[in-house]
Design a protein around this ligand. Sequence first.
Ligand code: BGC
Length: 440
Amino acid sequence: MIRRMVTNPIPQFPAGFLWGVSTSAHQIEGAAGEREPSVWDAFTAEPGRVKDGSTAAVACDSYHRYREDVALLAGLGVDAYRFSISWPRVNSPGGLDYYDRLVDELCGAGVRPVPTLFHWDLPASLDWLERDTASRFAEYVSVVAERLGDRVTKWITLNEPAEHTLLGHALGAHAPGRRLMFGALPVAHHQLLAHGLAVRALRAAGAADIGIANSHGPTWPASRSPEDVDAAEFYDVLLNRLFSDPLLLGHYPEGIGALLPGDVEADLKVIAEPVDWYGINYYAPVKVGAPQGTEIEFGGLTLPAGLPFSVREIEGHPVTDFGWPVVPEALTELLTGFRERYGDRLPPIVITENGCSYEGVDDQERIAYLDGHIRALHRAVEAGVDVRGYFVWSLLDNFEWAEGYAQRFGLVHVDFEDGALARTPKVSYAWLRDALRARR
Ligand code: BGC
């Protein structure tokens, strides 16, 4: 008998508020043999890269089971589904046909398709250190928009260029596994350029309602000492403002532009191409202090010694299975802070990811996490922040990158031990379904 946690209904959000769930292609699709390889296939093939030694060759096999997954979305009663389109699949024969079928299935089920055009699975033949990759991205985006634009009415260019730069190219914890440290900065610039070029390509194809999914979280200084405050400021510039300032203000944070390749001033005009909304992926705040001269364990990562900051433990809050602190009020802080910083330049916000990893089907902790964050989001709306939607990460337990299948973020449990990859809705799925129904 499954216990159902009783909570008050979720608060009322403005009319037209979009409720959804998110996934990404590499994490759920599988069918790796039916597309060209991505940097992630190469990375996971190297021993020791993924903690449990797994790959996403099969993952949730959503490529073949998408009808079942769309039925789960319809049963949940969400307005929208954020999935990602795999560039390597689009490059492969029949690849776009898959997204055509998926979009049709979603529209038929009354769920609005919201594709992300890049969620880290770069074709293995390409490299974000090369400027040309940005132009190639825009070409691919035009092809997708041409094919799906008659049914897709909301688009996301990139997912978390910050993590892809940091984890993939600076620290080597994600594909393509480079450890360039600050030498990874061109990767950030080229992705942002790709975003701007994609916005232009989408508009040229007649698309509207375009955004990005950037990851952000408040950075808390470990103390008021100038050393800690400076280190936190540096971290905030590198992980937050480097990715939002150029889009929303048209310039890089002070000192950064000079470190980037190419005609940065001219590129900034492309990068700042107006978006219709700004997507934020929020998980947790970070506490940062002065460097301590040692390696640091942080959220499943080992950060090398020698960085100009150190990440400290946030105490006094529950943590998820990943060890990430659960701090809903930091979401309110983040959003009101964004409004203060960007003022009239800030378009409406959509929370494009928020969620947590917990084992088990009776996932009361996930309910508490989502409930707390939805209320924190509502407080930001009450404080005057224009928020238009909220997407839970994730519909399904899936391939959690370098963690393999160990961290489970789904509202639906997937049995990866079972060849049938059985899907079992968790208690949080029923909670969200009921909450969405009550709202109607
Ligand atoms: C990414 C997802 C990932 C999630 C949980 C986000 O950074 O966009 O792909 O699964 O966080 O780690």
